[in-house]
Design a protein around this ligand. Structure first.
Ligand SMILES: [Zn+2]
Ligand SMILES: [Zn+2]
Length: 349
């Protein structure tokens, strides 16, 4: 059984002054370490300048990793590319840059894939449109900025501006269904993304920074399960984080409802035991075991359907069929923790 007690918690998809963010890497790193994050994965639009300037590394105890966000000519199909060292030509189509990124062995994640906007015509959406692509590693299951913008209406804008964290509900049903459907065929990691810019918002005479970085870092977090503590050596630590993400050893949370680090989800059977991201051959039955740091509404999802729901701190359930299983935990009606899948493979799979 894989040892999963080493959790690294981070913020993924953060912008800086290298593109449309409002703070530098150093300033953002200081804020992230102040709120207790272990790592930040930066992704500015169409540039790896700071990566080439050697800005990856440890800032006190915080690991800074740098990728970038690619977009197509229509400014759609935003794609996060980590673990690479080149920015692909802006003339490429989405299918071309997804394939090019895969051929270089990078870590590629579809950004805000199902984004739609509320009625506010001032803002357009930037969804993923080319679903013929297959070589990506993951998707943003929960993008803070997308959800906030989708819920933004004229009548609620003032309230949403002043308490942005209260409005986060959960990843959309659309994207969870899509993710389950895609994951039946192969492993696809689901991450949380803050898409932090710290930008200025205008509502009539009012002008204020929505989601300052510090507020962002206290909301959606991605927890990565490592088999040993995060190395102090940059290249080693980088591979630990990236390989665990590729391998779906990930759960995500909204920190607003509590620290989620101690969340656990395992499935055991006579064939062994699997943690999040893992798999087991299925021969008759297996037991899912879920432990939550604080009581919440726990949902066990099998092949996209809720198969067990209970308000508890612990849940055990006897699984009788093969498939892909994941867990959702709610605080009231608000989403708190979402795990990646564990696979129970039918004989012959
Ligand atoms: Zn984007
Ligand atoms: Zn972005």
């Amino acid at each position: 059984m894989a040892e999963n007690s080493h959790i690294a918690t981070g913020a993924i998809h953060v912008h800086t002054t290298d593109s449309d963010g409002t703070k530098t890497h150093e300033e953002v790193a200081a804020i992230a370490s102040e709120v207790g994050l272990d790592f930040v994965m930066f992704a500015d639009h169409m540039t790896l300048q700071s990566f080439h300037d050697g800005k990856e590394g440890y800032y006190n105890d915080l690991l800074v990793l740098i990728g970038y966000e690619h977009n197509d000519n229509d400014d759609c199909n935003h794609y996060l590319i980590f673990d690479g060292d080149e920015v692909f030509p802006s003339s490429m189509t989405a299918a071309e840059y997804v394939a090019a990124a895969a051929s270089k062995g990078t870590l590629g994640i579809l950004a805000h894939p199902d984004e739609i906007r509320g009625r506010d015509a001032r803002f357009r959406s930037y969804p993923w449109t080319d679903w013929s692509v297959t070589q990506f590693d993951g998707i943003e299951l929960w993008n803070q900025m997308s959800e906030w913008m989708e819920n933004l209406k004229f009548f609620n804008q003032i309230r949403m501006l002043f308490s942005p964290r209260k409005f986060l509900r959960a990843p959309t049903d659309r994207i969870r269904r899509k993710w389950d459907e895609l994951s039946l065929k192969r492993k696809i990691v689901g991450i949380a993304s803050v898409d932090a810019h710290g930008f200025l918002y205008r509502a009539g005479p009012l002008k204020l920074t929505i989601f300052p970085y510090k507020v962002q870092f206290k909301t959606l977090r991605t927890h990565v399960m490592l088999d040993r503590p995060l190395s102090k050596d940059l290249s080693e630590a980088k591979q630990q984080i990236y390989s665990a993400i590729r391998d779906c050893r990930v759960f995500i949370s909204n920190y607003r409802w509590g620290e989620a680090r101690d969340f656990k989800f395992t499935i055991t059977s006579q064939n062994g035991s699997a943690d999040i991201g893992g798999s087991l051959p299925f021969t008759g039955s297996a037991t899912a075991k879920i432990t939550v740091p604080l009581k919440g509404k726990i949902r066990l999802i099998g092949n996209s359907k809720v198969i067990k729901e209970a308000k508890a701190r612990e849940l055990e359930y006897l699984i009788k069929s093969p498939g892909i299983y994941r867990v959702e935990v709610y605080h009231g009606r608000k989403g708190w923790i979402f795990s990646n899948h564990i696979r129970l493979n039918a004989p012959g799979e």
